[in-house]
Design a protein around this ligand. Structure first.
Ligand SMILES: CC(C)(COP(=O)(O)OP(=O)(O)OC[C@H]1O[C@@H](n2cnc3c(N)ncnc32)[C@H](O)[C@@H]1OP(=O)(O)O)[C@@H](O)C(=O)NCCC(=O)NCCS
Length: 182
């Protein structure tokens, strides 16, 4: 469990499936989190349950999905994840979705990512972390940049949303750029 000023990250529980189901069927969340990727949602309760079976069995040495709780109210508000943790390359890929819209733009998602970054650079001693978003997701671009991630590349016009093309934007942070490095 990792705690900041606004949020706590904790291990995934089976009862979190109800929240994932709600977020993945919220078109606004699907839009911002994945640029409308139908692989994310809409989705049935059965499919989420199958996915949870896998997520609950993940080996944290390689990947994990963690639940984000609002510290003030104790409410489940989102999730963070890491995957492709490669101890040889010293790298991993992150993701974040604050599924409760009223918590967007209030710093909760940023703090959740920061706590995960601290954990991965700290406990795992990794050298680089990466994450991506799409160029229309200004909130994510600003949040990641403010956290210390740098743009490392763009897959131009790789994302199609509502008939419009956006870039897929890759961000990376090196251990030496980690703001709270110890
Ligand atoms: C993206 C996300 C993780 C950001 O976390 P957050 O806690 O909401 O972000 P913060 O409040 O810390 O910062 C948001 C930044 O965007 C700005 N912002 C807030 N609302 C905005 C909006 N509607 N449009 C553009 N920028 C906005 C803020 O001013 C801030 O920028 P600043 O630091 O330069 O002032 C979170 O909003 C989220 O999960 N959204 C839904 C799913 C998603 O987009 N996931 C990311 C996919 S890669």
């Amino acid at each position: 469990m990792f705690e900041g000023k606004l949020v706590r990250l904790r291990a995934l529980r089976s009862e979190d499936a109800q929240h994932h189901l709600r977020w993945r069927n919220d078109p606004e969340v699907v839009r911002w989190a994945t640029a409308g990727d139908p692989g994310f949602g809409p989705v049935t309760a059965e499919a989420v349950a199958l996915g949870f079976d896998t997520m609950l069995r993940l080996n944290p040495r390689e990947s994990a999905v963690l639940t984000v709780e609002d510290l003030a109210g104790g409410q489940v508000i989102g999730m963070v994840d890491y995957r492709d943790l490669d101890p040889y390359a010293g790298a991993a890929t992150l993701g974040v979705t604050i599924g409760e819209r009223e918590f967007w733009g209030r710093g909760h998602g940023s703090e959740a990512v920061r706590l995960l970054v601290d954990h991965l650079f700290g406990a795992y001693g990794l050298l680089r972390l990466e994450l991506d978003t799409w160029s229309g997701n200004e909130r994510a671009v600003r949040a990641f940049t403010r956290l210390g991630f740098r743009e490392e590349g763009r897959r131009r016009k790789a994302v199609l949303l509502d008939g419009k093309r956006y870039d897929s934007v890759l961000f990376g942070m090196l251990r030496e750029e980690w703001p709270s490095r110890g």
